[in-house]
Design a protein around this ligand. Sequence first.
Ligand code: ADP
Ligand code: MG
Length: 293
Amino acid sequence: ATPTALLVGTGRGAQLGILIKGPQILESTRRVDTVVLDKTGTVTTGRMAVAAVHAADGGSEDEALHLAGSLEHASEHPIGRAVADRAAATGALSPVESFENHGGRGVSGVVDGHAVLAGRLSWLRDEWSLTAPESLRRSAGAAEAEGRTPVWIAWDGRIRAIVVVSDTIKDTSASAIADLRELGLRPVLLTGDNRSAAETVAKQVGIDEVIAEVLPADKVDVVKRLQDEGRVVAMIGDGVNDAAALAQADLGLAMGTGTDVAIEASDLTLVRGDLRAAPDAIRLARATLRTIK
Ligand code: ADP
Ligand code: MG
């Protein structure tokens, strides 16, 4: 391959809003057959909002929001920020002691003298031996079926509420994914979120392969496994969570709106955070390499 043609391709990429780390990267782009997409912040905007609060029978929704919001105020996760913002809009937050972040699972701490947990149900069940009241299970199931994420809230040793958060699918995601398919690529949705919400989002954007409930540290293993199956994998992500998987992938694409860690781990950056730049990058690589041949 002539370096000049690759450099021209790199320059053309910049015009399309695609930052390419080095001209040689266009070569690996050509062979990609699978595109793994992170859900939150990549396919969706990642700007979460509280959609509803449900307390178990006899519980108080206001108290649940206050305790969860005060706890999540110490969290940097988009889910935590949404819960804290909503709680702060309703009343003053209390300080949190002994805060702990359990990556990809939830948060714990002490608020107003109560030991509070907020996170996914499997974590509350497996690590804290808590069970969910039936009424909350039903509300959570309905929320998940709509593509939303229930945050399970426990205090004083019992699960007492859920706070439902919703994210918004970017309006360019479906057309970008249709484009990737047209280029002969298989899209796969990868997320730490619950399976039901993930499948609802996948369906709305035209993805039928979903890998859900994956812990942050395990995303890289998913990429390795696909590679072991002989697939040449591009990974698109935005979070600190995604960095190892982006580095492991044959081609890593970071959203320009994402974290610095993700951008550093990637080969390409989609400057505007617009997923449509992903098929643009693949097309550009193919066109550039055709010129060279
Ligand atoms: P994603 O892969 O979608 O970026 P994460 O790996 O960050 O998701 O989180 C996976 C799941 O863990 C979330 O969907 C949520 O249920 C739970 N979780 C993570 N952090 C928090 C938090 N601060 N508060 C409540 N739940 C959380
Ligand atoms: Mg993300």
